[in-house]
Write a new protein. Structure first.
Length: 162
């Protein structure tokens, strides 16, 4: 039992998820939050913020050589963004599955972008693409004391205890 609890704790991951200005303006906050929530992932941080252009450039620093970088950073800083941290086993990789392919034309139906977006420049949501990026992005967007560690009532039903 203790071993299983330790294995569960070790498998726990956190990822950074943001609803971009288009998702907020289109009234899709609750739709997106509910998809992560119903899956069984746990919300450990959330806030609404209008990022500055400089902040957007930091967030997307990996893409600074791409032709769409400037427009992308203008867009991310154009209005309110919902910044979140979600926790759960496999949440980094599975969060990307829930989100779908970068280009909504290629995202499968059933994914967030597949169901709710049409073009790559307005694909409504961001999710960290790996463990290192997740750590960096959580640190960029949140102070440590903004992350809330707690045990959810449903955890034993989601993960079992034997
Ligand atoms: P991701 O959001 O699926 O991780 P990235 O390749 O990291 O995709 O690109 C970051 C964001 O840049 C995308 O979500 C999208 O909004 C935008 N983007 C990516 N490729 C293009 C493009 O070819 N044209 C315009 N915007 C793009
Ligand atoms: Mg990315």
């Amino acid at each position: 039992m203790l071993q299983e609890q330790e294995a569960h704790a070790a498998a726990m991951e956190r990822t950074f998820i943001a609803i971009k200005p288009d998702g907020v303006q289109r009234g899709l906050i609750s739709e997106i939050v509910s998809r992560f929530e119903r899956k069984g992932f746990k919300l450990v941080a959330i806030k609404i913020v209008v990022p500055s252009k400089g902040f957007a450039e930091k967030h997307y620093h990996d893409l600074k050589e791409r032709p769409f970088f400037n427009g992308l950073c203008d867009f991310l800083s154009s209005g309110p963004v919902i910044a979140m941290v979600w926790e759960g086993e496999g949440v980094i990789k599975y969060g990307r599955k829930l989100i779908g392919a970068t280009d909504p034309q290629k995202s499968e139906p059933g994914t967030i972008r597949g169901d709710l977006a049409v073009v790559v420049g307005r694909n409504i949501i961001h999710g960290s693409d790996g463990p290192e990026t997740a750590k960096d992005e959580i640190n960029l967007w949140f102070k440590p004391d903004e992350l809330v560690s707690y045990t959810s009532n449903s955890e034993k039903w989601l993960y079992g205890d034997n």
